[in-house]
Design a protein around this ligand. Structure first.
Ligand SMILES: [Fe+2]
Length: 458
């Protein structure tokens, strides 16, 4: 039995295989490099070790697409005959990964948490569960799950910085901004390459409307978050683009799109951000040109294989198709979303509670029925954390609701939701812009109504 760097017992028998697992875990924690290839190497070096295959399955599940779940299923099938010789922990991780792979996302995450009770330094279980909390919109556990293992970590344990980075993000999603920023900055003192911690502090600045500071923060750390091989760079670039959008600097946002997101067709995670940025640009009255069509192409290429797997992705596919005017693709998407909504699994519930309404809102918005978009969005917005993502990502629902209310000639309703943004971020330029636009639309609608009334009377 070999012990890993954090003191967790494994059933590896070859030190070289364990070293490969450590390489994979470092890649997983830093979001830099390929975590899967070293696990294949570990499995080849130590063919009787279930743990390497289980780790591969769990990491694949964190990419959160149907095709990766299928691959995870293959890794789990290969591990199954090895479980008799495995540790209790590996058997428990296999069970958790199997639940996740079958679409039982809540039960699978709970099974990972059970592993953390006995093995609080199991970074694989911790980070996989953290990412599942993100996908499942479980803000409390983004914070609390990390807090529950924290007594077992310290700066003396390798990888502590990345655990602090996760805690920082969880604190931020629970709106504890000063605590989140302190934890994120401490993580970065220990590991300047912690792009999840950079990201957590970026979120704090986004939520507090510290726009200029956010730009400076990300620019000063570009060498870390945009390092070659950092698979998370696109998302920090997306945050940087949001800061520029807040300043109405569309050109800067589009330049970041072109540099980091235009080629984001390969993974749903990056397509989501690319699509959201194009949609925000559209809401702001900017013309992203042919970029919307290219993004719709990317979603369409995966449509039959991936639609209905995860409601949050489905909503973004709906936005991309709407923005590019792809009515046939929208119809195909909605058929899959409706089918998924009928299933009794975790995504089925997400689709029923949020995804269906969000997709229907996108369609109504695109078809020039803003009042219907308002109705759909108002119905799901307050419970929309159920389909995952961050506050910053789900802000898109509110921005769309505000624009739909404005277009529907309901400036009071638009102002009602804009008030939230301005309460949290007094003087926020984006919020003030939205408010001015809603009022302007409202005044012209009132003028039109008065004119037609006087014409009718004359
Ligand atoms: Fe983010």
């Amino acid at each position: 039995m070999l012990i890993d760097q954090r003191g967790v017992a494994t059933s590896a028998t070859e030190p070289q295989a364990l070293a490969a697992l450590e390489t994979a875990l470092t890649a997983f924690q830093t979001y830099r490099g390929d975590p899967l290839a070293p696990l294949d190497e570990a499995a080849a070096t130590d063919p009787g070790w279930a743990g390497a295959r289980v780790a591969k399955a769990l990491i694949l599940m964190t990419f959160f697409e149907r095709r990766f779940a299928r691959e995870a299923g293959e890794a789990l099938a290969a591990a199954r005959p090895l479980l008799d010789a495995a540790t209790t922990r590996d058997r428990a991780l296999w069970h958790a990964a199997d639940l996740l792979m079958r679409g039982e996302w809540d039960a699978g995450t709970a099974a990972l948490d059970r592993v953390l009770v006995d093995h609080p330094r199991d970074v694989l279980a911790l980070q996989a569960a953290h990412l599942m909390d993100f996908y499942r919109g479980d803000a409390l556990n983004l914070r609390n799950r990390v807090a529950r293992v924290m007594p077992h970590w310290s700066a003396a344990v390798p990888g502590y910085a990345y655990v602090l980075g996760m805690h920082a993000f969880g604190l931020e999603e629970c709106n504890q901004y000063p605590e989140a920023e302190a934890a994120g900055r401490r993580a970065l003192d220990l590991a300047a390459d912690d792009s999840w911690a950079i990201h957590a502090v970026t979120h704090v600045m986004e939520m507090q409307g510290r726009i200029d500071e956010g730009i400076a923060w990300l620019e000063a750390r570009r060498a870390a978050w945009a390092a070659p091989g950092n698979g998370f760079a696109f998302h920090n670039a997306w945050h940087l683009a949001l800061f520029h959008l807040d300043r109405a600097d569309h050109a800067a946002a589009i330049a970041l799109f072109d540099e980091w997101l235009a080629g984001a067709g390969g993974m749903a995670l990056s397509r989501v951000d690319a699509t959201a940025l194009l949609w925000r640009l559209m809401l702001e009255g900017a013309d992203p040109g042919t970029r919307a069509a290219a993004m719709a192409d990317a979603w369409e290429a995966d449509l039959d294989a991936e639609a209905g797997f995860y409601a949050f992705n489905d909503f973004h596919a709906a936005l991309a198709f709407t923005q590019a005017g792809r009515t046939q693709a929208l119809a195909r998407l909605m058929a899959q979303v409706e089918r998924a909504a009928g299933r009794q699994d975790a995504n089925g519930e997400m689709e029923r509670r949020v995804g269906l309404g969000a997709c229907r809102a996108a369609i109504a918005f695109g078809e020039g029925r803003p009042q219907d978009a308002v109705a759909q969005l108002a119905a799901i917005r307050d419970g929309a954390s159920r389909f995952g993502g961050s506050h910053a990502q789900r802000d898109l629902l509110t921005l769309t609701l505000v624009e739909a209310a404005t277009r529907a000639g309901q400036p009071a309703l638009a102002a009602h939701y804009i008030a939230e943004r301005l309460a949290l971020r007094p003087g926020n330029r984006w919020g003030l812009r939205l408010l001015a636009r809603a009022r302007q639309f409202g005044e012209s609608a009132a003028r039109r109504a008065a004119t037609s009334e006087s014409l009718a009377l004359s």
